[in-house]
Design a binder for this molecule. Structure first.
Ligand SMILES: *[C@@H]1O[C@H](CO)[C@@H](O)[C@H](O)[C@H]1NC(C)=O
Ligand SMILES: *[C@@H]1O[C@H](CO)[C@@H](O)[C@H](O)[C@H]1NC(C)=O
Length: 171
């Protein structure tokens, strides 16, 4: 088997163990204690909290994603429908939190493409008040999956919008 790792020191260790060189479109994912290169389109956690909706203006209970230990990849749902993180600024005190998180950029357009995007949290009249972290997004057949990170502070939480386009439908 020919394994190509482009960073030389990898060649002197057991190549690709611990997912040092996962194939394009795959990622190092831990399932049941086993770490391997997997396709996040198949191996993800469902995130279906209705409170994450950008339509949600009820902030009587303030959620904070900094309390969650994020691991691996996630697929958003609102009800039975695939959802996505909004690409536009969301006003503060929505999405069941104080500072709603949105991405400054677009989702991937190529099937199996993984992109990195900056996440911002709106607060105090600024869409960019919290420059929280980066996330990765993959376009799967008909939905997105996200590799989410813990935001820097409370109260920040990821927003969800209904999916904007029908993705990768057969032509
Ligand atoms: C979220 O998904 C879980 C597992 O499928 C389900 O039990 C729960 O009712 C769902 N929650 C909502 C709000 O859709
Ligand atoms: C938001 O994205 C635009 C377009 O990619 C970029 O020019 C701008 O610098 C970004 N803003 C911040 C605050 O990162």
């Amino acid at each position: 088997m020919l394994i190509l790792c482009f960073v030389p020191h990898f060649l002197f260790e057991a190549p690709c163990t611990g997912c040092r060189c996962c194939a394009s479109g795959t990622d190092c994912i831990t399932t049941n204690g086993v770490i391997e290169c997997l396709d996040p389109c198949d191996t993800y956690t469902v995130l279906n909290d209705t409170w994450r909706s950008t339509e949600n203006t009820d902030y009587s209970y303030i959620h904070c994603d900094a309390y969650i230990s994020w691991s691996g990849w996630y697929r958003f749902y609102l009800g039975q429908t695939s959802a996505q993180i909004p690409e536009k600024c969301v006003a503060e005190n929505r999405c069941g939190t104080s500072a709603p998180m949105w991405i400054n950029g677009t989702h991937p357009v190529q099937l199996n493409e993984i992109v990195t995007r900056n996440v911002f949290g709106s607060w105090y009249g600024s869409c960019f008040y919290f420059a929280s972290n980066t996330i990765q997004i993959k376009l799967c057949y008909g939905y997105y999956v996200y590799k989410l990170q813990q935001p820097s502070v409370c109260n920040l939480a990821y927003c969800a919008d209904e999916q904007q386009h029908q993705l990768c439908s057969p032509v």
